[in-house]
Every structure is written in C-alpha cells, then in structure tokens.
Design a protein around this ligand. Structure first.
Ligand SMILES: Nc1nc2c(ncn2[C@@H]2O[C@H](COP(=O)(O)OP(=O)(O)OP(=O)(O)O)[C@@H](O)[C@H]2O)c(=O)[nH]1
Ligand SMILES: [Mg+2]
Length: 246
C-alpha cells in the first residue's frame, strides 16, 4: 500500500537529521512529509538538506507555530490529495522508534483501520518519564476512557497508522482540536464510525534533546473537548454515525 509518513516539527533541529535517517532506513518504500511551522532554529532547512540526501522526503513550510492538530490536518490533506493509501503519524523527537513502524503497518495490512503504538497495553512502557508527565498522561487517558468509553488504552499516543479511506470517512478535516487533543478526537471518530482499532505495544523514549511543547493550555484543551464529547454523545455508541464537526 502506498504509504505517507507525516511528521510535524517545531524546534527539532537537534533531532530531525537523525530521525529522518532512521526513518528512511526503517521504511525505505514509504514517502515522508515533514510539516514544519517555520521553526526559528532552522529545523525546516535541515529537513530540506536531509531530503536531498535521503530521497522521498518533502518538506511543507508553514508560516508559524499553529499547533499539532493544525499541522496534521494540513499534512493529511496533502497526502490524501495525492492518493496515498496509508497515512502515518510519528513525532520527530525520537520518542517513537521508526524501527517499530513496519509492525504498525503490518497490523494495518491485517485489516485494522487505525493502529496505535501504545504505551499502555501489555508490553508497552515509558521507562524514563518524570513523575508529573507520567501522571498527566495516565490521568488524561484514564479520564478519556471514562468519558468516551472507546476501550482505547493510549488515546493520546502520537505514533499511528491510518487507512486513508477511514480518514476520509470520519471527515478528519472537520476535527477541531488545535493541540494534542487531535489524537483523541481522531481515535474517537474512528471508533464511532465502527472502525477497527488495534494497539501495538511500544516503548516510548523520553526526548533527550530539544524542548517539550506540552503546556497547560494544550492539556486544558484536551480536557475540555473530551468532557464536551462525553456529554454530547452520552447516548450514542460504537458504530453509530460519524460525529458531526462540533
Ligand atoms: N508543526 C508543528 N509541530 C509541532 C507543534 N507542536 C509540537 N510539534 C511536534 O510534534 C511532535 C510532538 O511534540 P512534543 O513536543 O515532542 O510533545 P510531547 O512528546 O508530548 O512532549 P515531550 O515530552 O517534550 O516530547 C514533535 O515532533 C514536535 O516537534 C506545532 O505547533 N507545530
Ligand atoms: Mg515528544
């Protein structure tokens, strides 16, 4: 299946070259789209340079930092216009090991609509996370599963593979989360549409270089959206209608 790996970047100059080199080695047949929000540390230029050396890599330069959800919507639109059959999400900070990507893709091949690289299924782990990040992620996922009841253990995970037709079906373009809530929103829509979601265990490596973009504002957006969807959809369940945009 024709595969496009979309990776959003903001201030990843210290990681992008190593990341793209590892990614190219892990999935030689896949094309790659880096979506850079005009990172002031030159991430976009480094990505262009790596693209020349490694091949099959495009760089989308966006005017400024506008959030993870916005970057992914733009990247997915680019890929779907070009008729890729599979779209992959992966962080550029080496937290997600590109070597695991073939495992995600083979689960998709076996019939899943969405495969999530999951920290919270047996075999998955987050070895070096500080207590507060661990607590935030655990609590966020616990709250999400309580409010939305999708059964997904790691709904905020950013290492994923989607069938393109499923992204179209759930109208990915009408999702509204600006930040990381985008991950929850899309998983929820796939579940609502009756899609098959498979979680594959991964080891999530805490970033060793560069700075985090996680913020209280992003967490608050997630919390608010999840609460809203939970209330709005109290009586609607799995496999019933694709949710409306709001
Ligand atoms: N284009 C774009 N990329 C972003 C934005 N925010 C984050 N990213 C990228 O999205 C990926 C995930 O962001 P991270 O900052 O690593 O988020 P995180 O993994 O929750 O936080 P860390 O613990 O610091 O790694 C990375 O590749 C970032 O560079 C944004 O506003 N625009
Ligand atoms: Mg990260």
């Amino acid at each position: 299946m024709r595969t496009l790996v979309v990776t959003p970047t903001y201030l990843e100059a210290e990681n992008i070259t190593e990341f793209l080199t590892k990614l190219r080695a892990a999935v030689p047949d896949a094309d790659v789209l880096v979506v850079d929000d005009n990172s002031p540390d030159g991430t976009g230029d480094l990505a262009e340079q790596a693209a020349k050396e490694l091949g099959q890599i495009e760089v989308m330069h966006r005017p400024g930092k506008s959030g993870l959800g916005v970057a992914y919507r733009a990247g997915f639109a680019w890929g779907l216009e070009r008729d890729y059959q599979v779209l992959v999400q992966i962080d550029a900070d080496l937290s997600h090991d590109p070597a695991v990507l073939p495992t995600l893709l083979s689960a998709l091949d076996d019939g899943a609509d969405l495969v999530i690289g999951s920290r919270y299924v047996p075999g998955g782990s987050v070895p070096h996370w500080p207590m507060h990040r661990r607590a935030l992620s655990r609590y966020g996922n616990w709250y999400t599963s309580l409010a939305l009841r999708t059964g997904v253990k790691d709904a905020t995970a950013g290492f994923r593979a989607y069938r393109a037709e499923m992204l179209r079906k759930v109208r990915y373009d009408t999702t509204r989360a600006v930040g990381y809530g985008f991950q929850i929103e899309l998983a929820y829509r796939v579940w609502r549409a009756g899609g098959r979601i498979v979680e594959v265990p991964i080891t999530f490596t805490d970033r060793t270089r560069g700075q985090s973009k996680m913020s209280a504002r992003i967490a608050a957006e997630e919390l608010l959206l999840v609460t809203w969807w939970g209330i709005r959809d109290r009586f609607r369940r799995h496999g019933q209608a694709v949710p409306e945009p709001r």
